[in-house]
Design a protein around this ligand. Structure first.
Ligand code: ADP
Length: 299
């Protein structure tokens, strides 16, 4: 079982000619409403990559909740531990300008009320995996991580959006996944002078005993595990938009580990999934399925 303890959001996306400055109003022609949130996206990615997935989190008692849950339900993610709480469903307000640059405000809403009780109640055991990000309260992530570790399962921490992890949470982490920016924020928060992704990943592995992966966009990823370095290229694709690339990587990586692939095999599948997500516009619609991932890995 893969348990994802994380956020569910709706994304409200509006095109604008240019992004507003402080105190400024700009007009957009309309907006689209999509399901999102890193927890939800990664749960969907792990599920589409073939794993059994339980998502633990919270949505509001509002219409946005149905949008946030829609594709997850269609794909068979277990949503029985997503609580309905007295706060609005989390939302990301996204403006995208003509050059493709964006400005994003994420309102936590119900995600701030997500609780780890359900992770404890699931009584995770050996062979189970917990996937964490940084969009639900960190104290609850800690509880979830303790429950997973107590049962003998492993904890994967995706330090996104970028920020400083609590030392206790890092101590409970088996595998850390970050992009280049998040790697630098992490190194800074630990007081390290390293700025290169490779060096940061190596030090996390060597000093903390945490297998560590830094994704490098179109350039692929570098991973360190037990003192061994893996540098893998991303499959070459025609990228149309990189939204949900990182989430697809994390979900597919976790699903592959769960399926029994080793660190390198899981890395390869994460990379294939990340690259495939770039070939289709949008977040959740672009999350690839196992057959497509395996086809790309086999090329
Ligand atoms: P994030 O989306 O979290 O910022 P990255 O940009 O590092 O993370 O992308 C995660 C993964 O998605 C990469 O390791 C790679 O597999 C894939 N990817 C991202 N951008 C591209 C791209 N332009 N072309 C091909 N693959 C990409």
């Amino acid at each position: 079982m893969i348990v994802v303890f994380g956020s569910l959001n709706v994304d409200l996306v509006t095109p604008v000619e240019r992004l507003p400055g402080a105190g400024e109003t700009v007009l957009g022609p309309g907006y689209a409403l999509h399901p999102g949130g890193k927890g939800a996206n990664q749960a969907l990615a792990a599920r589409r990559a073939g794993a059994g997935v339980t998502l633990v989190g919270a949505v509001g008692r509002d219409g946005f909740a149905e949008i946030a849950l829609g594709l997850l339900a269609e794909d068979g993610v277990d949503l029985s531990h997503v609580a309905r709480v007295g706060a609005p469903t989390g939302a990301a307000f996204i403006a995208v300008d003509a050059a493709g640059h964006n400005q994003i405000v994420v309102a936590a809403g119900a995600n701030a009320l997500a609780r780890a009780d359900a992770v404890e109640a699931l009584k995770p055991g050996e062979g189970d995996l917990l996937l964490l990000q940084r969009e639900v309260p960190e104290g609850e992530c800690l509880r979830a991580a303790r429950a997973m570790r107590a049962g003998g399962g492993r904890v994967i921490l995706n330090l996104a959006p970028a920020g400083e992890p609590a030392p206790d949470l890092l101590a409970l982490t088996d595998i850390l996944i970050v992009n280049e920016h998040e790697a630098q924020i992490l190194a800074g928060s630990l007081g390290w002078a390293e700025t290169e992704p490779d060096a940061i990943a190596q030090r996390v592995d060597a000093e903390r005993g945490i297998a560590s992966i830094v994704t490098l966009g179109a350039a692929g990823a570098v991973g360190w595990h037990g003192g061994v370095r893996r540098r893998l290229e991303a499959p070459v694709v025609e990228a149309v938009d990189t939204v949900a690339a990182g989430d697809s990587f994390v979900g597919a990586f976790a699903a592959a580990l769960q399926a029994g692939f080793g660190f390198s095999g899981a890395l390869q599948r994460g990379l294939a999934a990340g690259s495939l997500a770039c070939t289709i516009a949008g977040a959740q619609p672009s999350v690839p399925r196992r057959a497509a991932i395996e086809a790309l890995v086999g090329k």
